[in-house]
Structure formats: C-alpha cells, structure tokens
Design a protein around this ligand. Structure first.
Ligand SMILES: [Mn+2]
Length: 299
C-alpha cells in the first residue's frame, strides 16, 4: 500500500513538470510573426460571444510597432445590461497594456459599443492613446483614414433605440452561434459562423454591407486619403472601391480576423480562425496528464 502511494506521488511529480512545460509553451511571449502595423476591432469584451482565448493567442504570437484598436473593444452596452467579465477578458486588457508598456504604440479609436471612451479622446490610459480617428501612413507612403465606421450606420445615427433592438436580436444569433460552435468543436468540425452565414445569405444584409463600404470609401475620398481602415460590420475586406482602398479588419466574435501591414507597406487580412483550430486540439490533449493516460492503459 505504502509503496503504491509513493509510486503515485512520484508519478504525480513527474506529471507536474510536463504540464508546466505545456503551460509555459502556451503562455510564452515569443512572437512568431512581426508586422509594422496591426488593426483589430469588434472584440466585444464583456459579452459571451467574444473569442478572447483566440485573441490572446493572436496577441501572443503577433508583434508589431503599432497596434490600432478600431472600436467596439469593450462592449459597454452589454455590460450595462448584465455584468459578464471572465478571466480571459481581463487577460486581453492586461495583454494590451503590456504591449503598450513594451514599446508598441497602441491607439484606441472608440466605436459605438464603447462610446463611453469617446469622452476620453486625446487622453492616454496606461500608454494606450484614445483618439477620435487617425491618419496612418504606410511604409510605401499611402495615407489611410482610420475610423470605427458606425458614423455611416444610418440606423445608429438616426435612432439609438432602434439600434438597441437590433442588438438584442444580434446577441441571440451570437449565442446560438457559440452554442453551435461548441457542438461542432466537440464533433471535431471546423469553426463555422452562423451570423456570417446569415449575413452573406440574406440579400438585404449583402446590400447593407456594400452600401456601408461605398459610403465609407466616399468619405475617405472626400478627405483626400488613399484609403480607409474600419470595422463595425464584422466583415473583413480588402478591396479597391473606385480608386480608394477599402480595408475592414473584421472582428473577434465571429470571423477572428485582423488587418496587418508588412514592413514594405503591403496590407493583408489575417484569418486566425484557421490557425485557432489546431492549438485548440493541442490543448485538449494536454488536459489528460500523461500519467493518467498511462494508468488508464494499464487497466
Ligand atoms: Mn460597431
């Protein structure tokens, strides 16, 4: 008996470093990708739909000189209704502050869901600068106007209460979305977005997206810039609209996308949903300690 418990203790001791190593590997701050600039938006911290774990992974693996938070980072609307703030959401905020401390220039452009932050425009929070909008110059000399994009949303601009009604319906589809995704993950199927599917299927949604894109590009032309970077509609895009570069960095609720600028000024949309699938499978494997697996095999 005594011998058995000593063996179990030894086995536990052996298992522990292995788990620590796995944790260290996951938590290691060794960026594997470097960019000149990164744009992310529509994170919606404070809502169950926010894919904070995937975003943390992205922030750990990606390093940049400038990081733009293009609005709807913290969902003030949703938090006012019910408080939802798990550890992973806190970790995202800590990670962003840490990036700012470590020399990355972090610029936050509030959106409609975090409009409370618009009161603090031209202030700085732990090194994160809050601005209304921004003109960014790429390495190859192009000027990009950066704005969240809600100003072009006629519904939000004209009737705030209507936008809140829409928000509730939206929250419902997001909840359904995260439930279906959990189910799919359990079945080993890839990430799939219901909202994205609905948005692309419904004709009116498609025309809403293109109306939005055209309106934003038109405003960018009026401002005399080469292009525009925005978020808001949760639909990543990088295309030319009548000679104006329209870039949308997508979101971290459904599509898990970011816009990046390479050292030479080249812009690209990163789709993290494909990458996120693999580490998720890996972390499932580390949940069962090797000793437990070995013991199960002996039975
Ligand atoms: Mn928005």
């Amino acid at each position: 008996m005594q011998h058995d418990s000593a063996l179990a203790r030894a086995a536990a001791a052996l298992a522990t470093p292995a788990l620590d190593e796995a944790d260290a590997a996951v938590g290691a701050d060794e960026p594997s990708q470097r960019f000149r600039t990164v744009w992310i938006s529509d994170i919606h911290l404070g809502t169950p739909g926010c894919q904070a774990e995937a975003l943390l992974e992205f922030l750990r693996e990606v390093e940049c000189e400038q990081l733009f938070l293009v609005g709807d980072i913290i969902d003030g609307w949703q938090l006012r209704r019910s408080w939802y703030w798990p550890q992973a959401h806190n970790d995202v905020v800590q990670k962003l502050l840490r990036k700012a401390r470590k020399g990355c220039r972090v610029i936050f452009i509030p959106g409609n869901h975090d409009e409370f932050a618009r009161k603090y425009v031209n202030h700085d929070f732990g090194g994160i600068e809050v601005v209304q909008d921004w003109i960014h110059e790429t390495a190859d000399g192009r000027t990009l106007w950066i704005t969240h994009g809600d100003l072009f949303d006629g519904v939000i601009q004209c009737a705030k209460w209507l936008a809140h009604v829409g928000d509730t319906a939206y929250e419902f589809t997001l909840k359904l979305n995260s439930y279906l995704n959990r189910l799919r993950a359990r079945m080993g199927l890839p990430y799939w977005s219901l909202s994205k599917y609905l948005k692309l299927k419904v004709k009116r949604a498609v025309s809403f997206i293109s109306d939005f894109e055209i309106a934003v590009a038109r405003e960018a032309r009026k401002r005399g810039v080469h292009g525009v970077v925005c978020g808001h509609i949760h639909h990543a895009e990088l295309r030319d609209i009548d000679g104006i570069l329209y870039a949308n960095d997508g979101d971290w609720v459904e599509s898990l996308t970011a816009l990046v600028e390479h050292a030479d000024g080249r812009l690209e949309i990163l789709d993290w949903s494909e990458r996120h699938r693999r580490p998720a499978a890996k972390s499932n494997a580390t949940q069962a300690p090797p000793v437990a697996v070995a013991l199960a095999q002996l039975k």
